[in-house]
Write a protein that binds this ligand. Structure first.
Ligand SMILES: C[S@@+](CC[C@H](N)C(=O)[O-])C[C@H]1O[C@@H](n2cnc3c(N)ncnc32)[C@H](O)[C@@H]1O
Ligand code: SF4
Length: 408
């Protein structure tokens, strides 16, 4: 067993303008959880994982010049369940990145999502030896009743054993909690948090169950007022334990914020490889988003038609070249999700002084209603505002017509 000395964390510097990261999607799961609509398959209903890894490697070598960066500040294996694959296949992808001239920066954050009962010491050793230094554990709940109800494969005891294994290596890990499940009680949630508090995670992501109307899990959910109480209980418990909310659904011990997810929220470029993966580049004046198909057969077919290129084969079905209105909307939404908020100076330098004025006129009434606060020339959600964040974000939705006068 080894004691990892390469943990990212307090020594990591502030996110810089040049940050760049790669996301690799691994669409394999033991089963399909009832609530999940991510692009992922039961492992027996998709091609063997080695074949999928070869496809991702092909995508990497075909498009490696799409982004001008060779240095990775972050690398993230998400899913799906990356830990379900033999560790050698994850290592194969890391090796392939290196063979394609990608270099992990000195303090790179390299994360893998792991599900309970899918890892062992051998896998952990292989991950650590190849630079993985952050683990995101899909714990969700310690209630066997609720885990069964949403068709999770693991039970609470297996989650506890997985967490103990990570602790025995003194690893840097994050923890996903799912709440507001049908019939879930406040006592059950408190119990989840009590058990969680016996572990030393550095990061926690509480997710409120989100399902569309008519979904089998949309019945018997806690009332809105109870869901708010659940969120408050989670918030208070985590804050008491030394976490702070740096993003609406993410808490960290100081210095342990997810640097990869920060790329998404701070207008930084990233490349997504694999099924359904999304990318963001700043090649065009207001940025471009592009994405891969989310059906495995289409992904395979599309790749077979791609050739070596230093530009992604953009078309109207797989990309969006942003205009100023969409770019500003995205910038406001993502910035307001963060506790540090929407910075006047960043807004002005990207969108100009007249746009900053527009933002002031939208924000001032919200500050008066104590839904936003102004601190260090940044607007951010108040505790009250967090609970109606979607309604607040709507006010920062911009259309092309909002910029007509600026363009003439
Ligand atoms: C897509 S999963 C991948 C990680 C891992 N496979 C797992 O299940 O823990 C990432 C996170 O999204 C959460 N998630 C997926 N669907 C959700 C939904 N409908 N509402 C809330 N959270 C959801 C999962 O619970 C998990 O914590
Ligand atoms: S294990 Fe994770 S990715 Fe797979 S179906 Fe369940 S929630 Fe979705």
């Amino acid at each position: 067993m080894r004691d990892s000395s390469i943990l990212p964390g307090k020594s990591l510097g502030k996110q810089t303008e040049e940050s760049f990261g790669i996301y690799i999607h691994i669409p394999y799961c033991l089963q399909r959880c009832t609530y999940c609509d991510f692009a992922t398959y039961v492992h027996t209903e998709i091609m063997p994982s080695q074949k999928y890894i070869e496809l991702v490697k092909k995508e990497l070598s075909l498009n490696k010049k799409v982004f001008p960066f060779q240095q990775l500040n972050t690398l993230y294996f998400g899913g799906g369940t990356p830990s379900l694959l033999p560790a050698e296949q994850i290592v194969d992808l890391i090796t392939s990145l290196k063979q394609n001239d990608y270099v992990l920066s000195k303090n790179a954050e390299v994360t893998i999502e792991i599900n309970p009962a899918t890892i062992d010491e051998r896998k952990i050793n292989a991950y650590l030896e190849n630079g993985i230094n952050r683990f995101s554990v899909g714990a969700q709940s310690f209630s066997d009743r609720l885990l069964k109800m949403v068709h999770r494969e693991h039970n609470a005891q297996q989650t506890i054993e997985t967490l103990k294994l990570l602790e025995s290596y003194k690893l840097n890990y994050s923890f996903d909690i799912l709440f507001a499940l049908p019939t879930q009680t406040l006592e059950e949630l408190r119990r989840d948090l009590d058990i969680a508090s016996t572990f030393n995670m550095t990061h926690a992501s509480p997710y409120c169950l989100t399902v569309p109307e008519g979904h089998p899990l949309s019945k018997d959910r806690p009332l809105d007022i109870e869901q708010i109480e659940m969120f408050q209980i989670i918030h208070q418990t985590l804050v008491q334990q030394g976490f702070y909310r740096y993003e609406i659904s993410n808490y960290a011990k100081p210095g342990y914020e997810s640097r990869h997810n920060m790329l998404y929220w701070t207008d930084q470029p990233f490349w997504g490889l694999g099924l359904s993966a999304h990318s963001y580049s700043k090649h065009t004046p207001w940025g471009t988003r592009f994405w891969n198909p989310s059906n495995i057969n289409l992904y395979e077919k599309e790749l077979s038609q791609r050739s070596v290129s230093d530009s992604f084969p953009l078309n109207e079905n797989n990309s969006e070249i942003l205009g100023i209105s969409q770019s500003l909307t995205d910038f406001c939404y993502t910035s307001l999700r963060l506790s540090r908020g929407l910075s006047w100076s960043e807004l002005e330098s990207k969108f100009g002084a007249s746009t900053l004025e527009k933002i002031h006129s939208i924000s001032k009434p919200l500050v008066d209603q104590q839904l936003l606060q102004l601190k260090d020339r940044c607007y951010s959600l108040t505790d009250k505002g967090v609970f109606i964040s979607n309604q607040i974000f709507e006010k920062f939705t911009f259309l092309k017509d909002d910029f007509k006068s600026d363009l003439t």
